[in-house]
Design a protein around this ligand. Structure first.
Ligand SMILES: Nc1nc2c(ncn2[C@@H]2O[C@H](COP(=O)(O)OP(=O)(O)OP(=O)(O)O)[C@@H](O)[C@H]2O)c(=O)[nH]1
Ligand SMILES: [Mg+2]
Length: 300
């Protein structure tokens, strides 16, 4: 995913030194790659590479500031430390959270929201699949009553996964759809995963509508779904939805954005945990966020 970081940093190592080590003792090559003080020009180049990899400008600057402090050392170790610092978060076990909620109050409501096309509906299907495997009763609430074919899309997922879908007609009040789903789940026990319509910056009405869904139904957990291909705009999206309030994040399309710079930007922007990454179009393509695993994948 982040091989680019290592590659770029390698590019800006003084080549003479590396060659010398290679000649003298081949086996040392892998273990010890020394960097000399990195020049301003090289750091600028590195910053551009980060931005190209969807790391936001602000965060790219931060990383470069950290690199300025580096005199010499092992490239892998240096990057490992920088990334570890950038990606660390307290572990949050979402499945356990759901199980505990159900144990305690008999049911739970989770609402998903985010920008248009960020991957909300397909992520709900993936989570539905995961939770069902854990023997949890899952119900989908088709509260995107706005976009054409949205109700059909989630109904199809429900049909494939054998998950009940609570739905109303297009144009109806999405808060009422979630309310109905809540009533149902209170009676039978389990978890509601509520889909909502995609929102844009300028969609004042849809933002108000989302506030209403939350106000009326008081969900136990609110998930912001972000597309990892978004680039710099991802920070603005986090700002927009911070006004509404969210508890955790799911980052989608990591398989497409091989460089994965968005993960770094998101972690720097908010303290809220990244719960999962989605890595493809199948129901199984959902990975728990694990910074150690990510760093290993980035650098190995
Ligand atoms: N490759 C890949 N594609 C994904 C992933 N997640 C979602 N997609 C695709 O992204 C597109 C949009 O996904 P949806 O789940 O419909 O997104 P949405 O946020 O519900 O979209 P709206 O309801 O229109 O706002 C679909 O074609 C998905 O198959 C992923 O992890 N990897
Ligand atoms: Mg959708």
């Amino acid at each position: 995913m982040f091989g680019f970081l290592k590659k770029t940093l390698k590019k800006i190592i003084k080549p003479e030194k590396e060659k010398k080590i290679k000649k003298e003792k081949k086996e040392i090559k892998e273990k010890k790659i020394f960097v000399k003080k990195i020049s301003e020009k090289e750091l600028e180049r590195f910053k551009l590479e980060l931005i190209k990899a969807n790391v936001s400008f602000e965060i790219a600057e931060k990383i470069v500031e950290k690199l300025k402090e580096v005199d010499k050392g092992n490239v892998k170790k240096i990057l490992e430390n920088i990334l570890f610092d950038l990606l660390k978060q307290e572990k949050f076990d979402f499945v356990k959270f759901v199980k505990d909620k159900i144990k305690k109050q008999g049911f739970g409501i989770v609402v998903f929201f985010g920008f248009n096309g960020s991957g909300k509906t397909s992520t709900i299907a993936k989570l539905g699949y995961l939770l069902k495997k854990q023997k949890i009763n899952v119900v989908f609430a088709a509260a995107d009553t706005f976009r054409a074919a949205a109700i059909e899309q989630i109904s199809k997922y429900g049909e494939n996964l054998n998950i009940k879908v609570i739905k109303h007609n297009y144009g109806s009040d999405p808060a009422a759809v979630v309310f109905d789903a809540k009533k149902h789940i209170q009676a039978v026990g389990g978890i509601v995963l509520a889909d909502t319509a995609g929102r844009l910056h300028a969609d004042k009405n849809l933002m108000e509508e989302l506030k209403k869904i939350i106000r009326v139904n008081k969900p136990d957990y609110r998930i912001l779904v972000l597309d990892s291909l978004t680039g710099n705009d991802i920070l603005e999206q986090i700002d927009k939805f911070s006004n509404i309030g969210f508890d955790g994040i799911i980052l989608t399309k990591i398989d497409v954005n091989e460089k994965g710079g968005a993960i770094i930007s998101v972690k720097q922007k908010t303290d809220k945990p990244i719960l999962f990454l989605t890595t493809g179009q199948n129901y199984r393509d959902l990975e728990e966020f694990d910074s150690k695993k990510i760093i290993k994948r980035l650098l190995d």
